[in-house]
Design a protein around this ligand. Sequence first.
Ligand SMILES: Cc1cc2nc3c(=O)[nH]c(=O)nc-3n(C[C@H](O)[C@H](O)[C@H](O)COP(=O)(O)O)c2cc1C
Length: 188
Amino acid sequence: MSAAPIDLVVMIGSVRSGRIGPSVADWFLGVAAKRAEFTTAVVDVMDLDLPHDLVRSPSTDVLANAIYSADAVVVVTPEYNHGYPGSLKTALDSVKYEWRGKPIGFVSYGGLSGGARATEQLRQVAAELHMVSVRDSVAIAQVRKVFGDNRSAVEDAAVDAASRMLDQLWWWAAAAREMRGTDPYPGR
Ligand SMILES: Cc1cc2nc3c(=O)[nH]c(=O)nc-3n(C[C@H](O)[C@H](O)[C@H](O)COP(=O)(O)O)c2cc1C
């Protein structure tokens, strides 16, 4: 199998004023940076101006190109009212073919549940996008304690979970990339 690094897009889904999402993403990017088998790029939904009516726009093209070039995607998502943010759904709905046949993993955060409900809902969306959601995910509970003003350490369990998720993303991404080279994904 190809030894070329897997191109991983890390997508920040929160656009809320005062959001903590970029701090969570930076932590995850630090974990991924220790893995030579990945290169990473960040897509911050906040930097895009994706129209809610889903008409094609320059921002849609930016997103489409980033996802087209990716071998795998990790979504960094908060939990809002037991779901994931609308900004993230708009991004997921804004492009179509570019997602297909690629693995996706989730880094969620929130209160006591660590955003686990947002992740489980996103798995349903991922299946409809023809993506494979990997089994292991990261859930950071009490995120304000971990990344807020009085920071505490990220638990070892979160680092372990991120590592397992990256292992699984690598496997699927490497397999899918090889297949893309010979057999176009049948959902296209
Ligand atoms: C509108 C809203 C709803 C929320 N609902 C939940 C929730 O259902 N479960 C939870 O664990 N945390 C919930 N929270 C807490 C957020 O997960 C926490 O504030 C987190 O920092 C939000 O991510 P962000 O700072 O990147 O926007 C909610 C926060 C907001 C603003």
